[in-house]
Design a protein around this ligand. Structure first.
Ligand SMILES: [Zn+2]
Length: 242
């Protein structure tokens, strides 16, 4: 079987037979890959915690007929250990993993930007410099943008006129001016719209200075925007208090 190397973030694992697991990975060069880890569920497993969700690993894989097989794994960054100590960061991180899996839809189709965004997002989540919910919101807006659903928070998505605009509609893809507004649009505070723009570009001083009310409103709009673009809601989102 031909071998290849890649680095990856472990997105998800599930049981296979008595002692094995199927590991769903987002790799740097090969996009989303599902691979078998043999003997990983034995207590004496040589894999340790290297193939648990969140872990950033360096891997060697053997190409298989249906699934590839992991033959070597080395931890690059143990995000699982750090996130496991903090419930808010852990649950928000879980939403990131699920989002990455849902937005990278094709197996073995390179998705380098999504990979780099996820590693950067998990690093920020594990680092603790910024609040967990805002790291999550920023990641969600950016990963949706990379997937082709970039929201607009300044120009009206209909006519392009520059804001600030009061109306936000997830189905339209962002803010709308008064003449283009759609029925049922949200009317967030102007501070919230500015905050959403800051989350999208990672302007952390603006995020840190924001009022809790606007942070909450922004989180709800990010969730609405994400739900609109994913066919089914995220299971993991239920655990994150919005
Ligand atoms: Zn307009």
């Amino acid at each position: 079987m031909p071998l290849y190397r890649d680095e990856a973030v472990v997105l998800r694992t599930h049981k296979l037979g008595e002692a094995d697991r199927i590991i769903t990975l987002l790799t740097r060069q090969h996009g989303r890959v599902r691979a078998v880890a043999k003997g990983v569920r034995r207590t004496t497993s040589r894999w340790g915690s290297r193939l648990e969700p969140f872990t950033h690993v360096d891997l060697q894989l053997a190409e298989g007929r249906s699934l590839d097989v992991i033959t070597q794994a080395e931890t690059l960054e143990p995000f699982n250990a750090r996130l496991g100590l903090d419930y808010d960061r852990y649950t928000a991180g879980t939403v990131m993993l699920e989002t990455a899996e849902r937005l990278v839809t094709e197996e073995k189709e390179p998705a380098v930007q999504q990979f780099l965004l996820l590693v950067g997002g998990l690093r920020a989540m594990a680092g603790g410099e910024h609040p967990a919910k805002q790291v999550l919101d920023s990641y969600l807006l950016r990963s949706l943008s990379v997937a082709g659903y970039a929201p607009s928070f300044d120009h009206c998505v209909q006519c392009g006129i520059e804001g600030p605009h009061r109306f936000f509609n997830p189905s339209a893809g962002g803010v709308l001016c008064a003449s283009d507004r759609l029925p049922g649009s949200a009317t967030p505070a102007s501070e919230t719209v500015v905050l959403l723009g800051a989350l999208l570009v990672g302007d952390w001083p603006v995020v840190h200075a924001a009022d809790p009310r606007h942070l909450r409103e922004a989180s709800n709009l990010v969730t609405a925007y994400l739900s609109w673009h994913l066919e089914r809601g995220l299971r993991s989102m239920a655990y994150v208090e919005r």
